[in-house]
Design a protein around this ligand. Structure first.
Ligand code: DLL
Length: 429
């Protein structure tokens, strides 16, 4: 077998900075000259392409946000003639209109290289059999995992999500070694494999999972139920090609991101000023070679932090922490700001409960109420439910300063998802 080539460039910090400078200068000129939308924005901010000469000049540039994607819909930020567009992808978007993004062939090729690096970082070889159990079609997920897998040279098994019976039968028949899915889908597969007592017949060693936040508990649960050796959190968003912008390495000390393909800034979402190195803030990305729809200081709404210092795995690409959630996921409940992930954190303290939860918000007689539904783990005695629910509610009150009613359901009773789990049902106005 020919050796798997290395896709991950070993660049020093100076080399990365040089590529970022060159890419930034190119991107601003390209966007200014070819996108009426960017030209108007940059003119309004008093910035001309010639003003951008170094990475320090990034701060002069205006931010781009999801609102900018509405302008020019269905091909927002388009910066190439339409004949150069070879594909579009879309994501549902949290607020109303879907986000559609266009790609040139070079954009697809960049994405492909970026993703091949992810498979390499996750320790795959060309002999791996990669079961791709995320959505194909308009969503970037299936297309991204597939492109990267073929470029890397492993065997893609393009199943798509859903149909657990078929997923497991196929995983057994082809002896798939790597599962690519959301954390929710991996959990579903694990639960089903456990129910059928078939984990010993599976050959899955790794799972590359992403597209949503996950808790340690959720990861431990699917790792154990699927009999995995290791799992890797993968990040990405439609606006930035799709999945594959960053991946955890086997050291599990954060996600390496491809700093020669985009610049990542972390800013305070209120002041839009950079946070102190290592502090949590909103992830803002600027692409360095994206042609069809370049991003200039695009506000992703995702919250994370940079992890300074070198990684013990030896890869020189910088790292960010796992994505903690989206600023627009924040619930304001009786004047307190709560992120769904904080409920997951509380769950970590209750070994008798599963990783799953749902938050229900209602307004009754002018007052907000919050009900949290969690699940007992299989094999745990239901006699302890009442005491456990009381303790959960007290922990929530102490940690989040929020009063909620807590209900403990039977194992597996909460709805499961093949894609991204919906954790919050907000029925307030
Ligand atoms: O979810 C792309 C993707 C597919 C990534 C499969 C990884 C795996 P969108 O539908 O545009 O694209 O949603 C992007 O999902 O802004 C984050 O809020 C969230 N997200 C993506 N990856 C992670 C992750 C895909 N690893 C939005 N952890 C992003 C937490 C994630 N959240």
């Amino acid at each position: 077998m020919s050796k798997t080539p290395s896709f991950i460039p070993s660049l020093s910090a100076d080399e990365i900075a040089a590529r970022q400078t060159e890419g930034l200068i190119w991107t601003v000129r390209h966007a200014y000259e070819n996108s009426p939308h960017y030209r108007t924005k940059l003119d309004a901010a008093g910035v001309q392409p010639g003003d951008i000469r170094s990475l320090d000049d990034l701060a002069k540039l205006p931010f781009t946000s999801v609102e900018d994607l509405r302008d020019g819909y269905p091909l927002p930020l388009l910066s190439v003639p339409e004949e150069d567009v070879v594909r579009i992808h879309a994501s549902s978007g949290t607020t109303g209109k879907r986000k559609i993004l266009a790609y040139t062939q070079n954009d697809i090729d960049t994405w492909k290289e970026m993703f091949a690096r992810c498979y390499e970082l996750a320790g795959l070889t060309r002999l791996d059999r990669v079961q791709i159990s995320v959505g194909y079609g308009l969503w970037t997920a299936g297309a991204g995992f597939q492109l990267g897998c073929e470029r890397f040279g492993a065997m893609a098994v393009p199943v798509g999500p859903g149909n657990l019976e078929m997923q497991l039968a196929l995983a057994e028949d082809v002896q798939a070694t790597c599962l690519c899915s959301t954390a929710s889908m991996a959990l579903l597969m694990g639960e089903e494999a456990e129910k059928r007592g078939m984990v010993d017949r599976l050959a899955l060693k790794r799972c590359i999972f992403g597209a949503e936040t996950h808790s340690r508990k959720m990861r431990e649960s699917f790792t154990e139920k699927l009999g995995l050796e290791d799992s890797f959190d993968i990040a990405g968003l439609t606006e930035l090609y799709g999945p594959g912008s960053a991946l955890e390495c086997s050291a599990h000390e954060g996600l390496h991101y491809w700093a020669d393909i985009f610049i990542l800034e972390i800013v305070d979402p209120q002041t839009l000023q950079p946070v102190e190195p290592g502090d949590v803030g909103e992830m803002v990305v600027t692409t360095l070679k994206k042609e069809a729809a370049p991003l200039i200081r695009y506000r992703t709404r995702d919250l994370s932090r940079l992890l300074p210092g070198a990684c013990s795995c030896g890869v020189t690409m910088p790292r960010h922490a796992p994505i903690m959630g989206r600023s627009d996921d924040m619930i304001i409940y009786r004047g307190v700001n709560i992120y769904p992930g904080q409920i997951a954190d509380v769950l970590e303290q209750f070994p008798q409960l599963s990783s799953e939860y749902r938050i229900f918000l209602e307004r009754r007689e002018g007052r907000d109420t919050m009900a949290i539904k969690v699940e007992r783990k299989a094999g745990v005695d239901a006699a302890g439910d009442e005491e456990c629910a009381d303790r959960f509610a007290i922990t929530l009150r102490d940690k989040l300063l929020a009063r909620a009613s807590v209900e403990i359901l039977e194992p597996g009773e909460l709805p499961r998802s093949f894609a991204k789990s919906k954790r919050v049902v907000d029925d307030r106005d």
